[in-house]
Ligand binder design. Structure first.
Ligand code: DGL
Length: 271
């Protein structure tokens, strides 16, 4: 039993897709979320910069003495996780392995689509994980750099003409290849899920990497005897590196509860 909090971070709003699922399946856990909204997006930056930012994110969360850290960001999971794991003692969970497991189980025809940020696609991390789990799987990968800014600006609802156009442009070649599974390899993308699902059609299963990661974390913490032993609901705190207003509004809408009073701004550059 371990009542310390779980730390969760992302470059911005995207990690909330993992946070929501963590809160749903482990309501007794205290969760501390950091969204680096002052420096989002990470996905177009160099590996060195992504590692530098991720180190600061982990250093900030480490101040809460977390029992585990969830790297709820595809870009950091694919680009910096090994470095972070070597530097910090807390168990650290990324999104790649659980998502690749889910995709390997889902696909019947062995054709898996993958969308992510430029850094994620460049890393080849999802492809390596899938090749180990299901040799011979064909991965049709596409970088979608405009999707994170759309989500961060709240432009992810079905019917949003700009979002619909951008999604169609990115996904047309993936759909043409006849994939039966599509990995949403960036934690921001599940906010676009209804729109993406409509474009891809009902024959394509969407893998939400944040959700898969949260389930994996719950299983791992249980197996290691690290779940909280309290009966009260866990406390959820949110920290961002820019103005709290926009984050609070979008996060409240996505999480279906008003989190405004629990959001604080911090200076991440001092970590
Ligand atoms: N949610 C992050 C990811 O999963 C977004 C990356 C970015 O900031 O570009 O990759």
């Amino acid at each position: 039993m371990d009542n310390r909090p779980i730390g969760v971070f992302d470059s911005g709003l995207g990690g909330l897709t993992a946070m929501r699922e963590l809160a749903r399946i482990m309501p007794e856990e205290d969760l501390v979320y950091f969204g680096d909204t002052g420096r989002v997006p990470y996905g177009g930056r160099s590996r060195e910069t992504i590692i530098r930012y991720a180190r600061q994110d982990v250093a900030f969360l480490s101040g809460f003495q977390p029992k585990a850290i969830v790297v709820a960001c595809g870009t950091v999971s694919t680009t910096a996780l090994d470095v972070l794991r070597a530097e910090w003692a807390a168990p650290m969970f990324g999104v790649v392995e659980p998502a690749a497991r889910a995709a390997a189980q889902c696909t019947a025809n062995g054709k898996v689509g993958l969308i992510g940020t430029r850094a994620t696609i460049r890393s080849g991390a999802y492809e390596r994980a899938l090749a180990a789990l299901r040799p011979g799987t064909e991965v049709i990968a596409r970088a979608c750099p405009l999707l994170v800014p759309l989500v961060e600006n709240g432009r992810y609802q079905p019917g949003d003409v700009v979002a619909e156009t951008v999604v169609a442009e990115y996904l047309a070649p993936v759909r043409e290849q006849g994939v039966d599974t599509l990995m949403l390899g960036c934690t921001h993308y599940p906010l676009l899920k209804p729109l993406i699902a409509r474009y891809m059609g009902p024959q394509v299963t969407l893998v939400d990497v944040g959700e898969q990661c949260a389930r994996w974390v719950a299983g791992q913490l249980s197996a290691q005897g690290l779940r909280a032993g309290r009966t009260r609901p866990g406390r959820h705190r949110y920290f961002v590196s820019d103005d709290t207003g926009d984050f609070a509004a979008l996060a409240s809408a996505f999480l279906g509860e008003d989190v405004g009073a629990d959001v604080e701004e911090i200076d991440i550059t001092i970590y």
